[in-house]
Write a protein that binds this ligand. Sequence first.
Ligand SMILES: NC(=O)c1ccc[n+]([C@@H]2O[C@H](COP(=O)([O-])OP(=O)(O)OC[C@H]3O[C@@H](n4cnc5c(N)ncnc54)[C@H](O)[C@@H]3O)[C@@H](O)[C@H]2O)c1
Length: 371
Amino acid sequence: MIAIPVDIPGQASVVVVARGALENLAAILTTHGGSALPRRVLLCFDRNCTVHANQAARVLRAGGVTVTEFGLTATEDAKSASAVEAMWDAALAARLDRGDCFVALGGGLVGDLVGFAAATYLRGVRVVQIPTTLLAMVDAAIGGKTGINRTLPEGGLGKNLVGAFWQPSITIVDANTLRTLGKRELRAGLAECVKHGLIADLALFEDIRRDAEVLANNDESAIDRLLPRAISVKTAIVARDPLERGERAKLNLGHTFGHAIETIPTSTGRLLHGEAVAIGIVAAAAAAKSMQMLSADEEARIANTLENCGLPRMFTGATTANEVIRRMGFDKKNEGGKLRLILPRGLGACEIVENPPDSAVLAGLASIGIR
Ligand SMILES: NC(=O)c1ccc[n+]([C@@H]2O[C@H](COP(=O)([O-])OP(=O)(O)OC[C@H]3O[C@@H](n4cnc5c(N)ncnc54)[C@H](O)[C@@H]3O)[C@@H](O)[C@H]2O)c1
């Protein structure tokens, strides 16, 4: 078992990484959860993870906890205020008080939703994150960003526009839960791992580049080597900048382009979040190259690594540069009406670029097939 601290003053948290952790859930919560086991738990879970939720519920009940189960559908349309209201009402019906706890068991979508419900219920109760996708294990379930989507004024879904920072009391990563995850969803998580390498850890990026094919096929020892390293990039940045006043924005590499295209249908249906991030990273790399922040060779290495991880590098939907730029205008990082992009500066480092030139944005969009 590896315990990675998240040293935020006054809101310290920990990420526990262990295969089989779910079977020891009650013991892990008692040892690492920062306080005694809660009396009552609202166990909010992704319906596609019912088998893992049943295991968690059984172990908690055996530890004397009263568990109320609440199933959720993991779609971006369901990441909504009405889902949060339903959780508040379920918590009220179960008589949860401030000493009790929400548990979020699922991918990033469920984690964001349940985190927001916990942040607002009784003005905030504890939340335990149990991520079941690679993406949530290395990213979404760490650092306390919670929230829901909203419809944009002129149409389209605006991602994560309402939410709160609410640190989990503990994040429990049991990679055995990945055994039921589809290959496509697993690969989507590799996009965030590549991102972590690119922004802060060149050796991590190079190792993913080398192991891309085995990682994309859920090789368990490769995944076990990857998890603590990719998680540590996130925990270190979050500990230094929990409220995203500066450095934490770097974790959004690929996300400004990515969020703008994520909810536009493609020729093969909707993109997963990690797929949109992969395409967004390709666009960010092209924008960086056009600003002489990246060489052509480095740009190619980034795109090839993502491709070898089984991720898309082009956007295949019907849209225009103007429409995507309109959507990018709603990005949360923007200030004073000015666009902010996170762009790689070589491999293993990146910069926040205020008001990038139109030529860089257009070069980024052209590189992913949008004109
Ligand atoms: N809070 C943050 O810091 C942060 C960071 C990155 C992404 N996010 C958010 O996370 C969401 C994406 O998360 P995700 O990639 O984990 O996707 P997801 O939660 O949408 O899950 C992807 C799919 O996998 C299924 N699934 C999840 N775990 C499974 C398992 N173990 N077995 C079988 N099926 C399983 C889900 O039902 C869903 O169909 C987006 O909404 C994104 O905005 C948040």
